[in-house]
Design a protein around this ligand. Structure first.
Ligand code: SAH
Ligand code: SF4
Length: 365
């Protein structure tokens, strides 16, 4: 018999499900708390629900987790999971522990349709949107592994979420939005919108909606400061050019000194890393509360680009800093695993042991 997977439900959908099954309304709140405050997967453990109801729930529903195909732990504590979905496609999820936070990087699609020329994910043939259950499932797996339940405990290990894994989150707006609302739910995982960052290559029609509906931090994959170059690096720029992108960022709701746009800028040797580029970047984002993440390019097999020299990266960062911008250079981490942004590509080359030492580090968030 078909069993409904409760991980696919928003709270309102769970309420409707309970109503359909003639269960009282408060059952939905109880189940929600067990699932998202306590990480419980088995109805047997829901001890404030009668045995009869638990048996009914067991007969008609389940609470699943995606399957873990592979897990790699870096010597610096960074962990990467290769996660297998019900149709056997795979996505990657990363946990990055730092002194003051623990960040989970979630995927929003299998692959990506946008083909940014420096990004490995964009080269993957198979692309589909993840469901909200598959997005939230990635986070649940991380919290299970880290023993990070109940969500209300002190010293949580997972404190921050970045939608920076595989895929373009704003091309899967509905499911991403649903999953983020579950993450933010006070009666559940309860991660504040201030600790959630969504990264987009600039899908303009959904940027303002994100601000209004979710109010999470926005990161923009900028990477170039003129349309000619950005058309080549981030081809969606042909549809949504820099002028419209900057305009929609200026209008992003509730921007302030404490709520800034993060601009992501991948440092590509001899492509976008000159002093002139830095100066034009400053001009472009003038007046927008901003911080800039400089990401040394992470090469992947067959990539056409090289990483900028350290001298050029330092020079670029200094120009931005002198102009008053916070512009951290993402530091390499997890030298021994293969999990850098832009390198994620599932169903792809499995890493052979002999290759591992040659692999490229992943960066901080
Ligand atoms: N699709 C979304 C989010 C996922 S990518 C986006 O593009 O914003 C997360 C970040 O890694 C983006 O800024 C992306 O441009 C960057 N990135 C992609 N490939 C990279 C690479 N090879 N080296 C460094 N950063 C890369
Ligand atoms: Fe897609 Fe982002 Fe990679 Fe571009 S950088 S191909 S939008 S995942």
């Amino acid at each position: 018999m078909f069993k409904q997977d409760l991980i696919d439900f928003s709270f309102a959908e769970l309420q409707n499900f309970c109503k359909d099954k003639n269960l009282p309304k408060f059952r939905a709140s109880q189940i929600w708390r067990w699932m998202y405050c306590f990480g419980i997967k088995s109805f047997d453990e829901m001890n404030n629900i009668s045995k009869l109801t638990r048996e009914l729930l067991h007969d008609i529903s389940l609470i699943s987790r995606p399957q873990i195909s592979e897990m790699q732990i870096s010597t610096d504590g960074t962990i990467k999971w290769l996660i297998k979905l019900k149709d056997n496609s795979e996505v990657e999820t990363v946990f990055i522990p730092q002194d003051d936070r623990g960040t989970v990087c979630l995927s929003s699609q299998v692959g990506c349709t946008l083909n940014c020329s420096f990004c490995h994910t964009g080269t993957q043939a198979l692309v589909r949107n993840l469901t909200s259950g598959e997005i939230i499932g990635q986070l649940m797996i991380v919290m299970d592994y880290l023993n990070d339940w109940p969500s209300g405990k002190n010293n949580r290990k997972v404190t921050n979420i970045v939608m920076m894994g595989m895929g373009e989150p704003l091309l899967n707006y509905y499911e991403v939005c649903k999953a983020i609302k579950i993450m933010m739910s006070d009666d559940g995982i309860a991660i504040s919108r201030r600790r959630i960052t969504l990264s987009t290559s600039g899908i303009i029609p959904n940027i303002e909606k994100t601000g209004i509906e979710l109010g999470v931090n926005l990161a923009i994959s900028l990477h170039a400061v003129n349309d000619e170059l950005r058309n080549k690096l981030v081809p969606i720029n042909k549809k949504y050019n820099l002028e419209t992108l900057i305009k929609s960022c200026k209008n992003y709701p509730k921007l302030s000194n404490s709520r800034r746009i993060t601009w992501e800028y991948v440092m590509l040797k001899d492509v976008n890393d000159t002093s002139e580029d830095a100066i034009n970047l400053i001009k472009l984002i003038k007046g927008i509360p901003s911080k800039i993440n400089l990401i040394p390019f992470n090469p992947w097999p067959g990539s056409l680009f090289e990483t900028s020299t350290q001298k050029n990266i330092d020079n670029f960062a200094k120009i931005l800093m002198d102009a008053g911008f916070a512009s951290p250079i993402r530091k390499p981490r997890g030298q021994d695993i293969y999990a850098a942004c832009g390198q994620l590509k599932s169903n792809s080359e499995k890493i052979r042991k002999s290759q591992i030492n040659k692999l490229v580090p992943i960066h901080n968030f």
